[in-house]
Design a protein around this ligand. Structure first.
Ligand code: GDP
Ligand code: MG
Length: 727
């Protein structure tokens, strides 16, 4: 038995069910990361099957192995360089022709390939029958049929893969694509030349290298040149001559000719193995689409779904939110009684528990939002959203596909920006990344809830909705602006794919949802924790403060007063006195904390930066909150809590009361909400932007642009509103 695990790579077209099968096979034993150097997600999982250790890898979804996109290069390099023992090609049986292109390309490589005919249920429904034995025979490859979302065929898949890995079959491709005479001749000629001259220095097998060189494959050219070194100069001259010869013969680039011939080969296979029943069942998906993508009712239905999503997210999320709130309260009360008085206790209770606690209560909302987004994705409805939004997105110079990241942005900007990876054109991707942060993420909502709740009362819902709309409007304007300046160019032509509707699988929904929620939790343990500690530290120091009055003395005075009056009081007066005493002590404590916040480092910082924000009607306390919001927008609320010195109980009500008593007006609150909507997204988003654009330049640009826009818009709202006598 081999010591090293057998490595099995899953390849296949996007949407062929790779991830579903990967999840079936590995369950929760997965590791998610990135492929080195590029922003393509890498998933792997180790499992044990019948005593054999297997390392299963989910390759990026691709339609071919020509190095057009990062995904294709990653998948191809992995197979070529890492030599997985078995490459499992997941094939969408209901779309055999498209899937076979990749399959035949894999067949040209030196690796053990296993074909998995997935989605056999869909194929059957559509009246497609595939002769698996014939297919296996024609391409000399093992074939297994599966239904990924019903977990059918997984055992057979593993068993066949292991058997294949342990077998000694000659992997040299006996059943390869047959090219026409002249092409084949050129391949053989070049292959011989390569073998004779450079035999063992070649990085890949000679035939494949010959084919790729004739196709003028950039990556293979570079690799070959690097491997053979100086002596290889003549290879490329040779290739140029052969290519010219073929060009003369076919009047077309050999690459195109070879692609055509592969398709011809595939068409031949299809004829042999696929039988279409004459009475093809009317496609259910098409019927559903008659309604959901209908010109007239499609859009209202879409709006209804989005509205329902938000509605459910917040109504259903309210229950667990209360439990978590209660839990956080209990923890903080417990720590309060258990720990000895002192700085450490303050840090723990007022800094960490209060800070992280005020954010973690939004976890249910966020998880639910991700659940609905996963539901949209897995049923296939998300593609319909993209389709419906296509016209509107063209206003920005983007097509409907960019709408998916934007919609996800309402959940959290981080996965949303990552979702822009699905866009083919680099400019489209950049533009989408730049405007996605204006989609108001769930983290900003707490800020709106507090501000709108305080200053707009019953109209809060509408006000918050208007903020969301403002974000959308500004993303459209920004999109148009950049499209006609920085990222000029037409949107890439693109055929909207509408995959068939599917009943989503619970497990896959859960995994999708969990993958993204995990990010939120990580943020909790990372930046939010750090942010809370920083905020607390800045507000707790310096320790010695010159208070304007002597609070201790005042407290003693109140106590003495109380004792004196209690001695004289009787009956109902006693209760009234007790109440009065508690309230004046509370007020005194509040005043003390208020003053301490003002004289802390945080207060000093706030006063220093407040000139920047005062034209927006934002005072020094709110300015500090905005600055700390850079860690994560959720922290804005907890910072306000610290600065307005609200006590531990009834935090949100107390904060609203304190805000009400401050200088803020509905107008300045609205300006602040607009600022929160637009200014630099949180640290996590900023890092994601850098990672996804691969450039600190774009990251900086995004930060500066959004903050400048936030300032300008908040200024316009506040000063404009004042002009009209609104505040
Ligand atoms: P990937 O893009 O290749 O990773 O594809 P996914 O694993 O995300 O699958 C796309 C969709 O196809 C999901 O909604 C799956 O639940 C669904 N799916 C996967 N396998 C099958 C299958 O055999 N039959 C049907 N009807 N649906 C499937
Ligand atoms: Mg996938």
């Amino acid at each position: 038995m081999p010591e090293k695990p057998i490595s099995i790579a899953l390849a296949g077209n996007p949407n062929s069910g790779k991830t579903t099968i990967f999840n079936n096979l590995t369950g929760t034993r997965q590791k998610v990361g990135n492929w080195p150097g590029v922003t393509v997600e890498k998933k792997e999982g180790k499992i044990r099957y019948q005593g054999v250790e297997l390392l299963i890898m989910d390759l990026p979804g691709t339609y071919s192995l020509t190095p057009f996109s990062i995904e294709e290069i990653v998948a191809r390099n992995f197979i070529l360089d890492e030599h997985p023992e078995v490459v499992v090609d997941i094939i969408d049986s209901s779309n055999l022709e498209r899937s076979l292109y990749l399959a035949t390309q894999l067949r040209e490589l030196d690796c053990k390939v296993l074909f998995v005919l997935n989605m056999t249920d869909l194929a059957r429904n559509r009246g497609i029958k595939i002769d698996t034995e014939k297919l296996s025979e024609l391409l000399d490859v093992s074939v297994v049929a599966t239904v990924g979302n019903k977990n059918q065929g997984m055992d057979l898949l593993l068993e066949t893969a292991v058997r294949l890995a342990e077998s000694n079959t000659d992997v040299a491709q006996r059943r390869r694509v047959r090219y026409s005479k002249d092409i084949e001749a050129a391949i053989v000629e070049l292959q011989r030349h390569l073998e004779a001259q450079y035999g063992d220095t070649l990085p890949y097998n000679p035939r494949w290298t010959a084919i790729k060189l004739l196709e003028d494959d950039k990556v293979v050219k570079e690799r070959t040149a690097a491997a053979v070194g100086e002596r290889g100069a003549d290879i490329f001259e040779y290739v140029v001559r052969l290519r010219e010869r073929l060009m003369d013969r076919y009047a077309e680039d050999p690459e195109i000719v070879m692609t055509d011939e592969r398709y011809g080969f595939i068409a031949g296979i299809i004829k042999e193995v696929q039988v279409l029943s004459t009475r093809r069942r009317v496609d259910v998906s098409q019927n559903i689409d008659l309604v959901l993508t209908n010109r007239f009712v499609g859009f209202p239905i879409f709006l209804f779904f989005i509205w329902a999503m938000f509605q459910l997210t917040f109504t259903v999320g309210d229950y667990p939110m209360q439990w978590i709130e209660a839990g956080v309260g209990m923890v903080s009360a417990l720590l309060d009684t258990l720990l000895p008085q002192g700085l450490f206790k303050n840090l723990l209770v007022e800094g960490i528990v209060a800070g992280v606690g005020s954010v973690i209560v939004f976890l249910p909302n966020i998880v639910l939002l991700f659940f609905f987004i996963a539901l949209f994705e897995d049923t296939g409805y998300m593609s319909r959203c993209a389709f419906l939004m296509d016209k509107i997105m063209h206003l920005i110079g983007l097509h409907g596909k960019s709408f998916i990241p934007m919609l996800m942005g309402f959940g959290c900007n981080v996965p949303a920006i990552m979702a822009a990876r699905t866009l083919e054109s680099e400019k489209d991707r950049l533009l989408t990344i730049l405007i996605t942060p204006f989609m108001s993420c769930a983290a900003r909502l707490p800020v709106y809830i507090v501000l709108a709740g305080t200053f707009f009362g019953a109209k809060a819902g509408t006000v918050i909705f208007s903020i969301y709309l403002l974000g959308i409007a500004l993303s459209i304007l920004t999109g148009r602006l950049f499209r006609s300046t920085l990222l000029r160019g037409a949107d890439a032509p693109f055929v909207m794919e509408l995959p068939p509707y599917r009943v989503p699988m619970f497990k896959s929904l859960m995994i999708h949802m969990w993958d993204r929620s995990k990010m939120f939790l990580k943020k909790m343990g990372g930046v939010i924790l750090i942010g809370s500690v920083v905020v607390w530290t800045l507000s707790a120091f310096p320790r010695d403060i010159d208070y304007s009055i002597d609070y201790d003395q005042k407290r003693q005075q109140i106590a003495a007063d109380y004792d004196r009056r209690m001695a004289e009081a009787q009956g109902a007066e006693l209760d009234a006195l007790k109440k009065e005493n508690a309230s004046s002590l509370g007020q005194l404590e509040h005043r003390r904390r208020f003053e301490r916040a003002e004289k802390s480092y945080m207060g000093k910082i706030g006063k220093a930066i407040s000139p920047i924000f005062s034209p927006l009607g934002i005072d020094w306390r709110n300015s500090v909150a905005l600055v700390t919001g850079f860690f994560a927008k959720e922290i804005v609320v907890s910072t306000l809590g610290v600065l307005y010195a609200v006590g531990d109980e009834n935090e949100s009500e107390a904060l609203q009361q304190a805000l009400q008593d401050s200088d803020m007006t509905p107008l300045s609150a609205y300006a602040m909400m607009a600022f929160v909507l637009l200014y630099v997204p949180c640290i996590a988003t900023v890092t994601t932007i850098r990672q996804e654009t691969g450039s600190s330049g774009w990251m900086l640009f995004s930060v500066v642009y959004s903050t400048a826009l936030a300032w300008a818009v908040a200024f316009a709202i506040y000063q404009g509103g004042r002009l009209f006598g609104l505040g």
